[in-house]
Every structure is written in structure tokens, then in C-alpha cells.
Design a protein around this ligand. Structure first.
Ligand SMILES: Cc1cc2nc3c(=O)[nH]c(=O)nc-3n(C[C@H](O)[C@H](O)[C@H](O)COP(=O)(O)OP(=O)(O)OC[C@H]3O[C@@H](n4cnc5c(N)ncnc54)[C@H](O)[C@@H]3O)c2cc1C
Ligand code: FES
Length: 321
């Protein structure tokens, strides 16, 4: 169950923009304008793939000023459990899909005097919409964008052409060029905000260096495109209805609960927002926490689980659902 309403869209255009990256343009099936969003927002894309309903979050990368469409860009993940493979290999122009209303868990801070963004690979997508908005609002910003090879990196040429190479700097692993994080975090004016989106290692490394340089917590922002590891099969007992549901190795608890026709709240489906937090009544096994929402103390208590990304190693867990 989403806490907002869903909308039907038509796939208006699919464009291959880089190795393994496709851009999708969605327009509303009823011809109405798209709801307003702000840079950094994402939508949940619901995909009917045979018997399976897949729901993945994707950042909006189109201009927040353009209400004619939403655009997302998707990396085809190797060993995909299904979502990115479906979007790349099955979805065609003219097909229908369902999107959630946009939700922004990664907005830029309007009070910032300057905004420094660091992106790894496909993590550039939320920044594309943010820069469009910041540019129109006349804000000071710069993007540091790390790509594996120049053909893997999407949009860097367009972004440099639009905002200038002095504001969009590209670092290519294959050329042994890396983001000079130390120099960047050491040399920013007071009131600068720092935003990181990419793999967990990059986020932790950048934020760790900024904290060591004394950056205030409230000036540091990150979003991880979390894709947690699968595990073994187990059972979930739903205390409120007395039902027992099987969770398959490649399924999240949330997906298993939804497939059984039970509503559970969610917003990000990526372990970040806290919406799917569920009380654990008992567990025959060990909780495997994959979210970045719960505090370490909450994780250690064994009393809470974020069912969109976390699972158990063991036989069964009883949840207050
Ligand atoms: C806020 C946000 C924004 C994102 N924006 C983008 C974007 O702009 N572009 C982009 O390419 N990607 C983005 N992602 C990542 C994207 O949502 C998918 O994770 C990615 O496309 C890979 O999906 P997949 O289904 O192919 O593969 P996989 O990563 O193999 O599978 C993901 C699926 O696994 C399920 N799952 C979750 N936890 C577990 C678990 N512990 N055990 C078993 N199954 C589990 C999930 O329900 C999900 O459906 C974003 C993620 C988040 C959280
Ligand atoms: S839905 Fe956001 S943390 Fe689970």
C-alpha cells in the first residue's frame, strides 16, 4: 500500500543513452499534467512481469519545470532480480505502467550558500533534476561525476555543454582520474552543502572525509541506490491475521507480503525512509538489517525490521503485521 495515489502512464520514448543505461519518458495516460516535483525526488515504478508485480524506486531526472512528462534513467544491473532487466528487455514504447506520486527523500537545502554534488555512475540521476532547478533559481553549484569509462557515463557531455566544464567535472576510472575528495571538502566556503549519490563505499568514504574536516551533520546529504543481497528462504508469521507467508530467496519480505494480498506501507523501498518499519514479535533466527534508517541500537535490539530490504537468516519471524 502506498500512502499516496498511483497514476497510469504510457511509455512515450525509450532511448539508449550509454552502455547499459536507458532513458524512459513517461506521459500520463489521461493526458493530464504530471504532478509537480522537486529535484532529488523519486517515483516507484510498478511493473507487471507475468505473474510477478515488480516495484522499484527510480529518481526523476527530467526538468521539475516540465509537467508534460517524467523521465528516469535505468542501469541494467548484472544478475538483476528482475526490475532493471524488465525495463531494459521487455518494456516497449507505447506500453502502460503505473507510477507512484513523487516523493523527495533527497532534496537540496534551500538555505545552502553553495551546493557541491558528487555522483558515482548512475547516481547522477537525482542531480540532473536538481541542477536544472538550481540553475533556474540562480544557485551556486558544482557536480563531480565519477564514471567507469566515458561510454559508461551517461549525460556528462550534455551536462558540461549546459553548465560548463568548470561546474561539471568528470573523472574516469579507466583514465585513472578520481574525484579529489580531500581537496574538495577542504576548500568550500561556509554554508556549503555536500550531496553524494552512488555506491555505499563512495558515500561512506566521502561523508567520512567531510566529517573528519568538521563539516556539520546537517550540511551532509546522501542517497544510496540500495540493492541488498538475497538470502535463504524463510517464513513470516503475520500476528494480526494469523497467516503464514513464505519468503523466497530473491524476494523481500515486503514483496512476499504484497504477493499474498496483504497491504503494508512503503515510500522508498530502499531502506531509507522508515515508512515500512515493522515491530518484530519473535524471530527463530538472526535479523539481517540492510537498511540505512534504523540506529545501531535499534538494529541490535532485535525489535524492529525494515521489511523492504531486510530479511532473516533462519526459519521464521513473527511480525506485527
Ligand atoms: C531512492 C532510490 C532511487 C533510485 N534511483 C535509481 C535510478 O535513478 N536509476 C537506477 O538505475 N537505479 C535506481 N535505483 C535502484 C533501483 O531501484 C533498483 O534497485 C535497480 O534498478 C536494480 O533493480 P533490479 O530489480 O534489476 O535488481 P536487484 O537489485 O537484483 O533487485 C531489486 C529487488 O530486490 C528486492 N529486494 C530488496 N531487498 C531484498 C532482500 N534483502 N532480499 C531479496 N530481495 C530483496 C527489492 O524489492 C527489489 O525489487 C534507486 C534506488 C533507490 C532506493
Ligand atoms: S519503504 Fe522506505 S525504508 Fe522501507
Amino acid at each position: 500500500m502506498t500512502i499516496n495515489t498511483e497514476m497510469k502512464v504510457r511509455v512515450a520514448k525509450i532511448t539508449q543513452v550509454a552502455d547499459k543505461v536507458k532513458r524512459f519518458r513517461f506521459e500520463r495516460a489521461d493526458g493530464q499534467p504530471m504532478p509537480i516535483f522537486s529535484g532529488g525526488a523519486h517515483v516507484i515504478v510498478s511493473m507487471r512481469d507475468g505473474q510477478v508485480l515488480r516495484r522499484n524506486p527510480y529518481s526523476l531526472m527530467s526538468s521539475p519545470a516540465d509537467s508534460s512528462c517524467y523521465e528516469i534513467s535505468v542501469l541494467r544491473v548484472e544478475n538483476s532480480r528482475g526490475g532493471s532487466a524488465f525495463l531494459h528487455e521487455t518494456l516497449k514504447e507505447g506500453d502502460s505502467l503505473t507510477l507512484s506520486q513523487p516523493v523527495n527523500l533527497f532534496p537540496y537545502d534551500q538555505r545552502g550558500r553553495k551546493h557541491v554534488m558528487m555522483a558515482g555512475g548512475i547516481g547522477v540521476t537525482p542531480f540532473i533534476a536538481m541542477m536544472d532547478q538550481m540553475d533556474r533559481e540562480g544557485r551556486a553549484f558544482e557536480l563531480h561525476y565519477a564514471v567507469r569509462t566515458r561510454t559508461h557515463g551517461a549525460y556528462w557531455k550534455d551536462l558540461q555543454a549546459r553548465y560548463g566544464a568548470h561546474r561539471v567535472k568528470v573523472y574516469c576510472d579507466a583514465e585513472k582520474l578520481f574525484i579529489p575528495v580531500d581537496a574538495i571538502v577542504e576548500n568550500q566556503p561556509l554554508g556549503t552543502h555536500l550531496y553524494v549519490c552512488g555506491p555505499a563505499g563512495m558515500i561512506n568514504g566521502v561523508l567520512g572525509k567531510a566529517r573528519a574536516q568538521g563539516w556539520p551533520k546537517q550540511n551532509l546529504h546522501s542517497e544510496e541506490f540500495l540493492a541488498p543481497p538475497p538470502g535463504g528462504a524463510f517464513q513470516v508469521n503475520l500476528a494480526r491475521s494469523g497467516r503464514t507467508i513464505d519468503v523466497a530467496p530473491h524476494q523481500s519480505i515486503l514483496e512476499a507480503v504484497e504477493a499474498a494480498g496483504v497491504d503494508a506501507p512503503y515510500l522508498c523501498r530502499g531502506g531509507a525512509c522508515g515508512q515500512c518499519e515493522t515491530a518484530v514479535i519473535s524471530c527463530e533466527g538472526t535479523l539481517e538489517h540492510n537498511d540505512h534508517f534504523l540506529e545501531p541500537g535499534d538494529k541490535a535490539s532485535g525489535k524492529k525490521i525494515m521489511i523492504c530490504v531486510s530479511r532473516i537468516k533462519g526459519n521464521a519471524v513473527t511480525l506485527d503485521l
